[in-house]
Write a protein that binds this ligand. Structure first.
Ligand code: EZ4
Ligand code: CO
Length: 402
């Protein structure tokens, strides 16, 4: 089974998605997601100019060899652009193999460890009362786990506080929106949110929170300590992790579980964090990390230190990634949780899929491959729109981490 053609489809049904479609000489095709929020065209060029020409004529069954060829063959390893391009090829080839054999990808990996994946939704509000209400709406929908973010008094725009209810998207403008940040005000306020949430919703509900890289290690340690009585499922991205050693300081001070990795691209970004037991959950996902072929190696390595997988699942990860991630989630023995921000109805229509939500769990369905398709005629009705992520500055104007 040879690769006959491959092409990139860019569509913007509310937000931009980059999708790779690989067709074989046997009529079977597969699709992979290559979306890099705010930098989409860089991956389009990488695929069209440098990857697709070397795919034509190759054996579509040789997933491992093609992965190694693209990773080693580029000479320039790692990075968000390269690893997304590799992920798109990899997921499309796993999709093809599943379709050719008539089985879902979870079967190719070794079969299900569980029927469905526990997911968490995003609740946010301009103030604590609104966030408490937003969490209640997720509980009513059946969610067992909810991420909670709130606006902070004296700060116009806090991370994660969107305008809509179910459909938050931060990449909202042609040029980056400027926001102002004060960790001092944030740290004064956030513990009150979790006091109110436990009062309103009790102790069974899993609560999560995303620090989105804003704190220094000692500030993160303070927050982790303050939140210990509320037994969070995790505190996410407390501080940037380019320096993996930074997590040691946080870890020395708090037992609040830590999660990181949504911007990681290979195992090398997480190796020290894992083997020094500095984190509890790894947020790496298929689209950001070179596809299924690499992520399963990461998961196996993490399992040695009882680190569990908590895949990134914001709306910039297309339904294609969600379908692949859910096949991975139901297989992976060291599964923790799956993030699930709902796509808009327009996006769901462009990407018909077999996964479904019930009682706080996402089921991957049992379609061959990952079970997600693209309606190209509909996709063509939503042309690319330039959008970038916001930036954050401290109150004195200093650039900070968004
Ligand atoms: O800001 O994916 O946990 N989820 C997140 C996301 C990220 C976006 C960036 O494109 O932090 O909402
Ligand atoms: Co996050």
């Amino acid at each position: 089974m040879r690769i006959r053609s491959a092409r990139v489809i860019v569509t913007c049904p509310g937000r931009n998605f980059v999708t790779l479609k690989i067709e074989t000489d046997q009529g079977i095709y597969g699709i992979g997601d290559a979306t890099l929020n705010g930098r989409e065209k860089a991956v389009v060029a990488y695929l069209e100019e440098h990857v697709i020409p070397v795919l034509i004529g190759r054996d579509a069954r040789a997933i491992e060899d093609i992965w190694q060829f693209l990773y080693r063959g580029a000479y320039w390893r790692r990075g968000p652009v390269t690893m997304r391009a590799i992920a798109a090829v990899d997921v499309a080839l796993w999709d093809i193999k599943g379709k050719a054999l008539g089985v879902p990808i979870s079967d190719l990996l070794g079969g299900k460890s569980r029927e469905a994946a526990m997911v968490y939704g995003h609740a946010n509000g301009a103030d604590i009362a609104q966030t408490v209400d937003a969490v209640a709406r997720y509980v009513d929908l059946g969610y067992k786990a909810v991420r909670a973010q709130t606006g902070v008094p004296g700060m116009a725009l806090a991370y994660g506080v969107g305008r809509g209810e179910l459909h938050y998207e931060p990449a909202d403008a042609t040029l980056p929106t400027e926001t102002t940040w004060s960790t001092h005000k944030y740290l004064n306020h956030v513990p009150k949110l979790f006091d109110a949430l436990r009062d309103a919703h009790g102790t069974d509900l899993h609560l999560l929170h995303d620090g989105h890289h804003r704190m220094t290690p000692i500030e993160a340690a303070q927050l982790g300590k303050a939140l210990e009585p509320h037994r969070l499922f995790w505190l996410e991205d407390p501080t940037p992790a380019e320096n993996q050693e930074a997590f040691r300081l946080i870890r020395q001070h708090t037992t609040t579980p830590l999660a990181v990795g949504e911007i990681f691209n290979t195992l090398w970004d997480a190796k020290d964090l894992i083997q020094n037991q500095l984190i509890d959950y790894l947020r790496m996902t298929i689209v950001g990390s070179g596809g299924i072929t690499h992520l399963r190696r990461v998961a196996d390595f993490a399992a040695l230190w009882q680190v569990r997988m908590g895949s990134h699942g914001a709306t910039d990860l297309s339904p294609v990634t969600m379908g692949a991630a859910l096949n991975f989630d139901v297989w992976v023995p060291n599964f923790g949780i799956q993030e699930y921000m709902r796509h808009t109805p327009e996006t769901d229509a462009v990407f018909p899929h077999h996964y479904w939500f019930a009682d706080g769990l996402l089921h991957p369905g049992d379609a061959p491959g990952h079970g997600v398709d693209i309606d190209e005629a509909l996709a063509a009705k939503y042309p690319y729109e330039p959008r970038q992520l916001p930036v954050a500055r401290l109150e004195d104007g200093t650039m900070w981490n968004w």
